[in-house]
Design a protein. Structure first.
Length: 75
């Protein structure tokens, strides 16, 4: 599940969004769907583990374990 940066054409706010196939793309500030996908820099090597941990934590909160290898799934 990639995280993308967007800018809202309606309120001019920028934000990150974790995108899945079922994600409805809308601005969390004003609800507009007029969004521009921004080019973002890849995470530096030192940040990858932090990002992975954050994504896994979010996945557990939402009840899925797609970010885990089978050996890493909590029991």
């Amino acid at each position: 599940m990639p995280i993308y940066d967007y800018r809202c054409n309606n309120c001019d706010k920028t934000f990150e969004l974790l995108v899945r196939s079922t994600t409805v793309l809308a601005c969390p500030h004003c609800g507009s769907v007029q969004l521009e996908k921004l080019v973002s820099m890849p995470a530096p090597k030192s940040k990858i583990d932090v990002l992975r941990k954050r994504a896994r934590s979010q996945g557990v909160k939402e009840g899925h374990f797609s970010n885990y290898k089978p050996s890493e799934i909590p029991h």
